[in-house]
Structure formats: C-alpha cells, structure tokens
Design a protein around this ligand. Structure first.
Ligand code: 5GP
Ligand code: MG
Ligand code: MG
Length: 204
C-alpha cells in the first residue's frame, strides 16, 4: 500500500518503500492464530518463549489474544512466559551462527510445552539452531509461531507450525522488527528503502 494511505511517523517518511502489512491486519491475523494455537494445545499448560527483541510485539499481542480466548471459554490453559535473546545478524546480514546472549536458563523448559514466538523466518537458520538447543533440555513439546516467513531461495527448508504472513524477499521493518535498532517504533510492517538503509546503517 502507498505510504500516504496510513499514519507513518514523520521521522520515517523518507525511509520506506511501502506498507506491506497494516497494523489492523496484523491484529486480525494474530486473533486467528491464537484460536489455532489454543485448539492445538488444549488442556495443556503453555510456556510462551519470546525471541527478543523482534518478537516482543507479536508475543505480547498474541498473549493478549490467548488471554481473551481463555476468558471466554470452558477450557482454559495456564500460560507462563520466558524470554531468550539471540544474535545472528550484524548490520542485518546473516552471520550463519546464533549466539544466546540473554534470557532465563533454557533448562527450565524441561518437560514443558513450549511455544516459541519469533518475528520472522528468513533462511530458517536461526530457528533450526534454536530448536537444536531447545531439544537438548528435553521439553515435552515445542511448537513455533512466526509472524512472518520470507519467500526466499536461501531457505534451509524450515517451516514453522504457525505462520502469520508470507512476505517477499525484501528487508521488512516495523511492529518491533528493526534495521539496526530503528523502525521498531513503527506500527505497520513496511519495506525499507535505500534511503532508510543508508541513513540507519552502522558506520564502522
Ligand atoms: P534466518 O536465520 O531465518 O535467516 O534469520 C532470522 C532472523 O534474521 C530474524 O529473526 C530477524 O531477526 C532477522 N531478519 C531476517 N530477515 C529480516 C527482515 O526482513 N527484517 C528484519 N527486521 N529482520 C530480519
Ligand atoms: Mg528474530
Ligand atoms: Mg534485528
């Protein structure tokens, strides 16, 4: 969608190509995902594992929707939350290896039903490595919800259990997805342009 159809913060007006997914559409899609998740996890407690930082908006909004479902249903399930911080990108170009740089001890997830909540799957390399790490601590089950999945030839073939939207092979920002820490403060998911890339690229 053209930028002038939406409210874009003035400081980013020159830095975006177009709006890919408006916030209202994100909201609606998450409501439906919550329903699907609740159906699959029925009667079992869930530990929501938020992959920081990019996953934080999706995580809180998804939890709100799950909470609303619990409130209006005969069967409701308790939810715990946990956080993990991974680093896999430098200047947003994949380095191929993930590093866990924060969060609780993964060992706490032993025997739990874990719902990993991630912002975007690009090649799938990050998630494949995270799942391998999780497996070592022997959770009861692991499912992955990713708000976005990129259509890319660089994919390792990984597909999450729950997908919000498929997006084209372009760099997307907004709704907590960043480019060098900027654009998290943008409600809609947008495609960044050349101007935005150079303005916010890390100078070394
Ligand atoms: P993967 O290992 O699947 O190639 O990359 C996963 C991570 O790279 C994501 O969790 C995200 O942090 C980052 N990433 C990949 N593509 C994009 C993108 O288009 N926009 C943003 N903001 N981050 C991306
Ligand atoms: Mg991520
Ligand atoms: Mg990032």
């Amino acid at each position: 969608y053209p930028l002038d159809m939406f409210c874009i913060p003035k400081h980013y007006e020159q830095d975006l190509q177009h709006v890919l997914i408006p916030s209202g559409l994100i909201d609606d899609r998450i409501e439906r995902l919550a329903r699907d998740i609740m159906r699959d996890f029925s009667h079992e407690a869930i530990v929501g594992l938020c992959v920081l930082k990019g996953g934080y908006k999706f995580f809180t909004d998804l939890l709100d929707k799950l909470k609303a479902l619990n409130r209006n249903s005969e069967v409701s399930v308790p939810m715990a939350v946990d956080f993990i911080r991974l680093k896999s990108y430098r200047n947003d170009i994949s380095t191929g290896n993930i590093e866990v740089i924060g969060g609780d001890n993964l060992a706490n997830l032993e025997g739990k039903n874990v719902l990993v909540v991630e912002d975007i799957i690009d090649t799938g390399g990050t998630m494949t490595q995270l799942l391998a790490l999780l497996k070592e601590v022997k959770p009861k089950s692991v499912r992955v919800a990713s708000l976005l999945v990129k259509r890319t030839s660089r994919s390792v073939g990984y597909r999450p259990d729950y997908v919000g939207f498929e997006v084209p092979d372009k760099f997307v920002v907004g709704y907590a997805l960043d480019f060098n820490e900027y654009f998290r403060d943008l409600s809609h998911i947008c495609v960044i342009n050349e101007n935005g890339m150079s303005k916010y690229s890390v100078k070394r």
